[in-house]
Design a protein around this ligand. Structure first.
Ligand SMILES: C[S@@+](CC[C@H](N)C(=O)[O-])C[C@H]1O[C@@H](n2cnc3c(N)ncnc32)[C@H](O)[C@@H]1O
Length: 292
């Protein structure tokens, strides 16, 4: 059955207020609720509830009732989310990708795994992160280097997508990992990938925009923070990211085009993080920074 997103368009402040109201309406029920930035310059945001098609009418009425007083003119729009299987089928031909000792492969390529590989099984789906993109591969290579050289007792994967990087960290070392994404669909896909890779515990997955969740304080500060979420949001979260880093900790940033490297580095120098190493892949850079 199809999944539906019901959403209301507002400003950042309005979307946050709607999110609070919807959290009261749906409480502990199993609905994913999130806010997403659509256009930073024009301050356009969406507050969304994800549900199955047969629940649509009842959920729509509850949303309307919940926000009616504070937002009398709000329009509730809908989007049908495409089925995961359809996308997966169209991308079935993707070849396994090597990055350091990691081999990221689809379920159809299990026989390609060699003895010394650290295999991560990810089928192409609705979440970003099959290993084919230069940013994911750069992060995997950097994770291996950093975790070999430094003591890492816990880690944060901000913008986890398919969960590939959190799975990589956990496969390298038996440590606790917090993995978050602004997109509840990605979080659901990541949960499935964590299970499929035989990881029964140790990875906590949460839907959260930026650092907006109590989970960060609860699980942090972190010895390693990985964030592959594009240059602009990376620059925006620099102060919060630095605040959640343990003394002497490492940061791996990606989603940065080569030409944006200096802007991102200067934002992070401003929060007392210094450059250690850069990996270049297909026009994208992955950067390792440290406290000090
Ligand atoms: C480029 S993908 C990276 C996925 C995976 N970590 C990888 O390396 O392949 C970026 C992910 O970050 C998420 N994202 C973007 N902005 C975010 C934000 N402000 N807070 C949390 N997640 C965010 C997106 O939904 C997307 O899943």
């Amino acid at each position: 059955m199809s999944e539906i997103r019901l959403y209301v368009t507002s400003t950042e402040k309005g979307a946050a207020e709607i999110l609070d109201l919807l959290s009261e309406v749906f409480g502990e029920e199993d609905f994913a609720i999130a806010t997403t930035e659509v256009d930073e310059r024009r301050d356009i945001w969406e507050a969304s509830v994800y549900l199955m098609k047969d629940e649509e009418e009842a959920v729509r009425e509850r949303i309307a009732e919940g926000i009616r007083h504070a937002f009398p003119n709000a329009v509730i729009e809908r989007e049908v989310i495409p089925d995961v299987d359809w996308i997966a089928r169209s991308l079935e031909g993707l070849k396994p990708v090597r990055a350091g000792r990691f081999l990221v492969h689809g379920s159809h390529d299990r026989d390609k795994v060699k003895l010394n590989d650290i295999a991560i099984e990810i089928d192409a789906g609705q979440a970003f992160g099959t290993g084919h993109h230069g940013t994911t591969a750069g992060c995997l290579e950097m994770i291996e280097g950093v975790m070999r050289a430094r003591t890492v007792r816990n880690a944060l994967d901000l913008g986890t997508g398919s969960g590939v990087l959190a799975i990589a960290v956990r496969k390298l070392r038996h440590i606790k990992v917090l993995a978050t994404d602004i997109d509840p669909v990605a979080v659901r896909v990541a949960k499935e990938n964590v299970r499929r890779n035989g990881i029964a515990s140790g990875i906590r997955l949460e839907t959260a925009p930026g650092f907006h969740s109590p989970a960060f304080r609860k699980e942090g500060p972190f010895d390693l923070i990985i964030a592959n979420i594009l240059a602009r949001p990376l620059m925006k979260v620099a102060p919060q990211l630095a605040a959640h880093l343990a003394p002497g900790g490492s940061v791996i940033l990606s989603g940065i085009l080569a030409g944006q490297r200096w802007k991102v580095l200067s934002a992070y120098n401003g929060v007392k993080l210094r450059h250690v190493r850069t990996i270049w892949r297909n026009g994208w850079v992955t950067i390792h920074l440290r406290h000090g």
